[in-house]
Design a protein around this ligand. Structure first.
Ligand SMILES: Cc1cc2nc3c(=O)[nH]c(=O)nc-3n(C[C@H](O)[C@H](O)[C@H](O)COP(=O)(O)O)c2cc1C
Length: 181
């Protein structure tokens, strides 16, 4: 499969099977994330993989209650990857200040997409999750409240027949141009 085929095939999964994900496959996903590029090679991330069913359920109950309950489907996923945004290298932080650009979020985005595409290649489904109770997540996993958790990734086996509809995308001419805006 070409990379473009893989990218075309990936869709957010919100209906997971009750089947554990092998640690070996999770490690392959983490390896893909580990190799991601980052500003000044800061690698400003830490991945806490929650694959213990009891803990994962507790995490999901805490993370997706009340106003966050639209994401309670995540409880069906066997794995939740909690992505902690760690401090970037000094030079990257200086650059962020001067440019007003949050390089660390770009870095985290690249690493997570590496993870997601690797998961897709292994036949696993994922869903990026940006809407959750951050304080509760940190509390359940003993992550300092001073740290930032910007994103979670739900990961697990899924039924290809039960995938939701494809999300449309803007056309190339709407999002890209050559040589001028
Ligand atoms: C940064 C980010 C945050 C997202 N947060 C959520 C979320 O909280 N809940 C959810 O169901 N989907 C979430 N998504 C998934 C998007 O809704 C989805 O990627 C988009 O609609 C395109 O659909 P597709 O992934 O199936 O191509 C998020 C995606 C990104 C990149």
């Amino acid at each position: 499969m070409t990379l473009l085929d893989l990218v075309k095939q990936r869709k957010s999964v919100r209906d997971f099977l009750d089947r554990p994900v092998e640690r070996e496959k999770i490690m392959t996903c983490l390896e893909a994330a580990r190799l991601a590029p980052s500003a000044c090679n800061s690698q400003p991330w830490k991945f806490v993989v929650v694959d213990d069913k009891h803990l994962k359920n507790k995490l999901c109950d805490a993370a997706f209650s009340g106003i966050y309950s639209m994401n309670s489907f995540c409880k069906m996923a066997s794995v939740i990857v909690v992505v902690i945004s760690e401090k970037s290298k000094f030079l990257a932080r200086i650059g962020e200040m001067f440019r007003g650009t949050k390089y660390y979020l770009i870095d985290i985005g690249i690493a997570c997409e590496h993870l997601v595409l690797q998961a897709e290649d292994l036949g696993l489904g994922t869903c990026w999750i940006g809407w959750f109770n951050e304080r509760a997540v940190k509390s359940v996993l003993n992550i300092s409240q001073h740290k930032k958790v910007d994103i979670l990734i739900a990961l697990g086996y899924f039924d290809k027949e039960r995938l939701g509809p494809e999300h449309s995308r803007e056309s190339i001419d709407k999002i890209a141009s050559f040589n001028s805006y």
